[in-house]
Design a protein. Structure first.
Length: 131
């Protein structure tokens, strides 16, 4: 597991982006339109709105994300990937991990997905609840 994490972390600084920026691109590509906001991104990635806002601002400056005013609420912005953002995601550094998993038999994929889901739920619990 440590070797997989090392390889993934090393690849996370690619395409002129840092890992948080890659996470934001992935999130925006997969989120339903109503959830493409800085606040929703911050909540999903368990970070502050300020940190999420800085990440999104960097992606806007790089031309990878557009801020579109929300109809009916000018205080809110909906975030959309630009064509450059979509194109950059085609070279997602975590793509190699996805390809390696997809090459496994279905039963291995299912076991891996289940194991990772249980691990994530455990890690997201407060430390005093894990014992």
């Amino acid at each position: 597991m440590a070797q997989i994490l090392r390889l993934a972390n090393g690849a996370a600084f690619a395409g002129g982006l840092n890992p948080a920026q890659w996470n934001a691109l992935r999130y925006l590509a997969d989120a339903v339109p109503e959830a493409r906001t800085v606040t929703a991104f911050a909540h999903y990635h368990a970070t502050t709105s300020g940190t999420a806002s800085q990440t999104v601002a960097a992606l806007v400056r790089k031309g990878l994300v557009d801020r579109l005013p929300e109809i009916g609420d000018r205080r809110r912005n909906r975030l959309e990937l630009t064509s450059a953002g979509h194109e950059l995601l085609q070279g997602d550094p975590l793509g190699a991990v996805a390809i390696a998993i997809a090459a496994q038999p279905p039963e291995v994929q299912e076991a891996l997905a289940h194991g990772l889901e249980v691990t994530l739920r455990t890690l997201m619990q407060p430390a005093d609840k894990r014992d």
